[in-house]
Design a protein around this ligand. Structure first.
Ligand SMILES: Cc1cc2nc3c(=O)[nH]c(=O)nc-3n(C[C@H](O)[C@H](O)[C@H](O)COP(=O)(O)OP(=O)(O)OC[C@H]3O[C@@H](n4cnc5c(N)ncnc54)[C@H](O)[C@@H]3O)c2cc1C
Length: 401
């Protein structure tokens, strides 16, 4: 078995949460490595389109943001984690801007959209490639540190070792052990694997398979709400090349509405995700859906109500995808059906991202509690940055102590 020596902080996963942790830890002048299953670029974070929430509007506040999170979670989110998420949102945005993320502005102010379940407009966007912009800036920031990257390292086991932890990875060259004083688990959720097992579609990257959660639980970590998986209400239904594509919630923020086969609105298109997804399933079950060419069920999303101007600024990627597939969403309605999207639950953490295992931290989609059993759109990227930074800082301080 190969052995790579000892580190202060080992981060597992190279999405927005892992990179936020790694950049923060590496600023403490300690040894840091990011290990990731395939390449640094391969993750769900890069696929995120719609945006990131932060209460920066004049009519908004962290307290109002927190109320929206708690209401959308139906009271199941952890209020302490929600207070940190919403209270540090503005600082997280400033930190990202300092790393070079240029959020879309109009007339000097942020262009803010209202997302499902929100009582205010608070979704900041970078066009409709927000996750791409954030992860690119984080990768560049990490590359400028002394931290190292261990690509094609697939975590398969974690065990106490001396005063720290030993992580065992599968690699193309065989098994490799890496020892670290502290380990940050940032390996995302499991919706790709779950969809495969159920024979369903998923929006997720193929690396979203969830084994790191199982590894942590096997090592003794506590978890919560693991059964609470989120369906994105508006997955692409047709053409076939758009199946599994998450039609951004910002389509609905900018005027698109859900319609049944009779052209009737049957739900609040900007309600909480679980309610909108359930309403679509119920409408189809009641015989008021439409069927796409391969027989899959769907309803209409009337995207013709979106203005050219809004689409040009906030939905250019979505337009390119659909037009490339032969449909212009600004002149014809598109079909949609819920698709497996997000793992709401995960490893139990405290407000500094500590798991129940001493020296092991968790952040991002792998962690539970922040969204309870139903996440609002735009709060996952925020969670990645807020709790990623906290995990990196707390792990670095613990390793240096
Ligand atoms: C299509 C899409 C659109 C979305 N849009 C939005 C949005 O607009 N706003 C929003 O807030 N959220 C959005 N989300 C959700 C959000 O992007 C993700 O929940 C979040 O980015 C997860 O980040 P993460 O760092 O926790 O995990 P990921 O970004 O998934 O990264 C996980 C990392 O862990 C690695 N990994 C996995 N297993 C192992 C292993 N065994 N060993 C080593 N490494 C491993 C992976 O390769 C990857 O690098 C969207 C998600 C998708 C899929």
């Amino acid at each position: 078995m190969a052995h790579r020596g000892s580190l202060d902080v080992l981060v597992v996963g190279s999405g927005a949460s892992g990179l936020s942790a790694a950049v923060s830890a590496a600023r403490h002048r300690i040894t840091v490595a990011v290990a990731t299953k395939t390449s640094l670029q391969a993750n769900n974070s890069s696929k995120a389109q719609g945006g990131i929430q932060a209460a920066v509007g004049h009519d908004d506040s962290p307290a109002v943001h927190a109320e929206d999170v708690l209401r959308s979670s139906h009271g199941t989110a952890d209020p302490d984690l929600v207070a940190v998420l919403t209270g540090e949102a503005e600082e997280a945005i400033a930190w990202l801007e300092g790393l070079g993320v240029a959020f879309t502005r109009e007339n000097g102010s942020y262009r803010l959209a209202r997302c499902g379940g929100a009582s205010r407009r608070r979704l900041l966007q970078v066009g409709d490639r927000t996750g791409h912009a954030i992860t690119k800036a984080l990768r560049d920031a990490y590359a400028a540190t002394d931290g190292t990257a261990l690509e094609h390292h697939d975590l398969v086991a974690l065990a106490p070792h001396g005063a720290g932890w030993r992580a065992t990875f599968g690699t193309p060259a065989g098994a490799v052990d890496v020892d670290a004083a502290c380990v940050v688990l940032a390996a995302g959720g499991r919706c790709y694997a779950e969809a495969e097992a159920r024979g369903e579609l998923s929006t997720n990257h193929p690396n979203a398979t969830g084994e790191v959660t199982r590894v942590a639980i096997a090592a003794g970590a506590a978890a919560r709400d693991l059964d609470a998986l989120q369906y994105h209400p508006t997955g692409g239904a047709w053409p076939a090349s758009m199946q599994g594509y998450s039609i951004p919630e910002t389509t609905r923020a900018y005027g698109a509405v859900l319609l049944n086969a009779d052209g009737e609105e049957f739900t609040d298109s900007l309600g909480p995700r679980d309610e909108v997804a359930q309403a679509i399933v119920d409408e189809v079950a009641a015989g008021r859906g439409v069927e796409v060419s391969d027989g899959r069920p769907a309803v209409w999303l009337d995207t013709t109500r979106i203005s050219e101007a809004d689409a040009a600024v906030s939905l250019p990627y979505m337009l390119r995808r659909y037009r490339g597939a032969g449909i212009d969403p600004l002149t014809e309605k598109i079909t949609t059906y819920p698709v497996l999207h997000y793992q709401n639950g995960g490893l139990v953490i405290d407000t500094d991202a500590r798991t129940s295992l001493d020296g092991v931290y968790a952040c991002g989609e792998i962690a539970g509690g922040t969204h309870g059993r139903n996440r609002m759109m735009g709060n996952s990227l925020l969670e990645c940055v807020v709790f990623g930074r906290r995990a990196g800082r707390t792990a670095a301080e613990a390793a240096a102590a």
